[in-house]
Design a binder for this molecule. Sequence first.
Ligand SMILES: Nc1nc2c(ncn2[C@@H]2O[C@H](COP(=O)(O)OP(=O)(O)OP(=O)(O)O)[C@@H](O)[C@H]2O)c(=O)[nH]1
Ligand SMILES: [Mg+2]
Length: 340
Amino acid sequence: MFLDHVQLRVVAGHGGSGAMSFRREKFAPEGGPDGGDGGKGGSIFLRANRALNTLNPYRHKRDFAADRGRQGEGCLRHGKDGVDITLEVPLGTVVKDGDTGEVLAELLAHGQDVCVARGGRGGLGNTNFKSSTNRTPRHHQPGEEGEERTLDLELKLIADVGLVGFPNAGKSTLVSRLSAARPKIADYPFTTLEPQLGVVSLDRFGGDLLDSWVIADIPGLIEGAADGAGLGIQFLRHVERTRMLLHLVDLSDPVTEPAEAVRVIEGEVEAFSPVLAAKPRWLVGTKLDALQDEDRRTAFETLCADRGQKPIFISGVTGEGLRELAFAVDAALKDKDAAQ
Ligand SMILES: Nc1nc2c(ncn2[C@@H]2O[C@H](COP(=O)(O)OP(=O)(O)OP(=O)(O)O)[C@@H](O)[C@H]2O)c(=O)[nH]1
Ligand SMILES: [Mg+2]
């Protein structure tokens, strides 16, 4: 399960009040005003973090309040500012005001942040009110209130991993086994007509709840898709912003050799865009449970070896290889995070 919508209550810190104080020294009993200003209240920020894919961190804790600013003191000492709070959210989080529905921000880039509740300004100390007519001002200001808001956070997923392959290669089956998504699966080509996303949470495989990645299922490709055959290649734009591709090859296919399947799909990907063609791609042999011809397995291993890749075999029926794939992709994406 993953959260893609959550309501938070955020309250920024109240500003500290300014001080009312006068200098008292041995030889200056009637010293001037020296009350310092109050500190600013802590603000609340949201910041996009690409290591998150869900709003799960907010499953239980939804109320956040930042510290008050401290009061000013004598001797012109300013009160300390309240500490800001930064809440990390996944890329693709749309932030709306919960009362008005106004969109406050869309956090799309790693590190991008937005202030959602500004801390109150500190009040001025009485020093600020000294004038030629009033040398002993008693006036000093209270701090301002911090902003308070209800926020609606909605997650528009951005896929990390795109799936490509012939129709019937088992793409939707893989998505349904790795995630909570339920794409249509059937034994005829072009079952999938619209791209669909799924969140692969590693807790499904005994990993950490916070480790997850997003997979995009798209319609199958055939030879000539770039020229409009089948459903064409326009769906590849949905995986253009992903960080890597999994290229599914049906090892049980009695007609098409793995090498031929790979050649065709690679050709279509290259015809679509150099950006997509430059992405890391892993070959994944599917339907291992239905493999009839051991030569297919050997041919697939050779193809992988030629690309310097470890062969990956899976079965959506027995579940073989799924856990390893989920963890390997997660590790590869984290490696890329580190490299960026
Ligand atoms: N034996 C076996 N059958 C599978 C496996 N994975 C998928 N299938 C079957 O293969 C057929 C096609 O599966 P889908 O997941 O719909 O394939 P797809 O790649 O999404 O197909 P399109 O959406 O048409 O491009 C279905 O009948 C599945 O039940 C597998 O690992 N083993
Ligand atoms: Mg499908």
